[in-house]
Design a protein around this ligand. Structure first.
Ligand code: 3NM
Length: 518
């Protein structure tokens, strides 16, 4: 079945229950939504009697048909036939696709709910015109959903469809609204296949102004999210990338960007001192309510989970939304991600709540971010390594491609990737592992560079990482450094010196970088 010419970009599923519709009139809400720009309407009504279903479907069709918007009926091919609408949508437990097709004929639009690769492939093989892929995020609108698959799950299904060469259309469903529609479309995209649209219920049906809600969503789904700056990645080779680093650090030191740190209680002072030393301007604010004002100042955001609590998590989510809205660079440091259930869930919640340009962590943390089960971190330390270097490279590259961001796994050998370009970095010094907050302040350093280098965030991250690690090497060999205690002030001095050298146009500090293409 070749895809029919249908615009699936903003797909409305109706809901007549008081919890969603409130006291509003269903037909009026659909009329407003169509005026606002929804491109498909599915009439979903699990309670009305058949005669009533047909009658309401006919009324809805009087609105959708003149607007060129297909009207589909949830589950009921008989109602679709009786009302003469364009098609049906069937769930996995509804009327089966082949029977629906037999009843409605080849021109009808028939969509199928798919929760997994298997369901998606089967429906495509059997001739579905489109798939409703979900559940993306948990939603009170439909509580008996099978599994929450997130953007990673949607992307996996899209990749499987592309590999099997099905050109079936796709929308995703579950918890989509104006705050996440663009990100969900962006992060669900697989290199071979993208979603054709998003399906929403409450974002429009529960709105007090359905027309405005539809207009807003229609605009959002047609545009890239503000944080998607580097849609065409510069094809940088190792040497061209390395050559740019001193200039990037010089730019950061001259511009003194704001670096907003929502970091843990242990490292606030150290991270702020590091930020000042490298030439950025730190603000250590954990108050989510002021994040929108701070985001407007053009800086970057670090979210560090080191001493998280439920209240801190809610502040993090507010700040992340504020920076995402203006495209301000965001960095996530999931400290101790694999150590406790609270933290494992915290990672899931925050990654479902917004977009991070970069996620950095040690092996245990990045494995947790990737979704690996059974990661046992002993406190915030990574614990004994369980992965070979090649395993780390595969994991980091795959996670970056999945999240469409940059992933940095720190360790004796750091591994960094944006999903396309992957590097290993062997700079740094063991003293960094002997003091508190060295990983956290690295996050501050990288975020500071990302604030000024927004186009290529991989370049920004490598520049920040190298500045940091080379400063540690220079500090460690100083005569006044006798151990971790004397290392700290020397390290801050060396960060400051690299900043000053960079400002003077001297990039010699970056001569001994140990960076390799992986
Ligand atoms: N089907 P909202 S989730 C109707 O996962 C429906 O198949 C789902 O509602 C699925 O946009 C869902 O309000 C409800 O979150 C989506």
């Amino acid at each position: 079945m070749s895809p029919k010419k249908v615009d699936y970009s903003l797909y409305l599923v109706t809901d007549s229950t008081p919890a969603i519709l409130g006291g509003k009139d269903l037909v009026s809400v659909v009329k407003a939504a169509v005026e606002g720009g929804v491109t498909v309407v599915q009439y979903r009504d699990k309670t009305s009697d058949t005669a009533e279903l047909v009658q309401i479907a006919q009324e809805l069709h009087k609105i959708t048909k003149p607007a060129g918007v297909p009207l589909l009926i949830n589950d009921r091919a008989d109602v679709a036939l009786a009302a003469g609408v364009e098609g049906v949508h069937v769930g996995q437990d509804d009327l089966d696709l082949k029977t629906a097709r037999r009843l409605l004929g080849p021109d009808a639009i028939i969509g199928v709910t798919a929760n997994s690769e298997e369901e998606a492939l089967e429906a495509s093989r059997d001739g579905a015109d489109y798939l409703g892929i979900g559940t993306v995020y948990a939603t009170p609108t439909k509580e008996n959903t099978k599994s929450i698959i997130g953007t990673a799950g949607v992307q996996q299904i899209l990749s499987a469809l592309a590999a099997a060469r099905y050109d079936v259309s796709t929308v995703c469903i579950g918890g989509i609204n104006a705050s996440n529609a663009q990100r969900v479309l962006y992060q669900s995209t697989s290199p071979q296949k993208k979603l054709d649209g998003v399906a929403v219920v409450s974002a429009i049906m529960a709105s007090s102004n359905p027309k405005q809600a539809a207009e807003k969503l229609a605009e959002l789904v047609q545009t890239h999210p503000p944080f998607a700056t580097s849609l065409s990645k510069p094809a940088l080779f190792r040497d061209t990338l390395i050559a740019k680093i001193p200039e990037v650090i010089k730019r950061m030191a001259s511009k003194k960007p704001l670096c907003h740190n929502m970091t843990n209680l242990v490292v606030q002072n150290f991270a702020a001192n590091v930020a000042i030393a490298i030439g950025s301007s730190p603000i250590m604010s954990n108050n989510g309510l002021e994040a929108a004002d701070l985001a407007a100042l053009g800086g970057s955001l670090v979210i560090n989970m080191g001493t998280t609590t439920p209240e801190i998590k809610s502040n993090h989510l507010k700040a992340l939304a504020a920076y995402n809205e203006v495209g301000g660079p965001t960095l996530f440091d999931p400290v101790g991600a694999g150590a406790t259930e609270q933290r494992r869930q915290g990672v899931k919640d925050i990654m479902a709540g917004g977009y991070f340009d970069l996620i950095k962590g040690n092996e245990g943390e990045i494995r947790t971010v990737s979704g690996a089960s059974g990661v046992k971190q002993h406190g915030v330390d990574s614990g004994a390594s369980q992965l070979s270097l090649q395993d780390k490279i595969t994991l980091v590259r795959g996670t970056a491609a999945r999240e469409r961001n940059v992933i940095l796994m720190t360790g004796q050998v750091d591994v960094i990737s944006d999903g396309e370009r992957t590097f290993t970095i062997r700079n740094g010094h063991a003293y960094l592992g002997e003091i508190t907050g060295s990983g956290c302040a690295l996050g501050t350093t990288i975020a500071s560079v990302m604030a000024v280098e927004r186009e290529d965030k991989l370049l920004a991250a490598i520049a920040g990482l190298l500045m940091y690690e080379i400063a540690s090497e220079r500090a460690a060999v100083r005569e006044d450094v006798k151990g971790p205690g004397t290392f700290i002030p020397a390290f801050i001095d060396e960060l400051y010196r690299i900043r000053q050298e960079s400002l003077e146009g001297n990039g010699d500090w970056a001569k001994n970088v140990q960076v390799d293409l992986a």
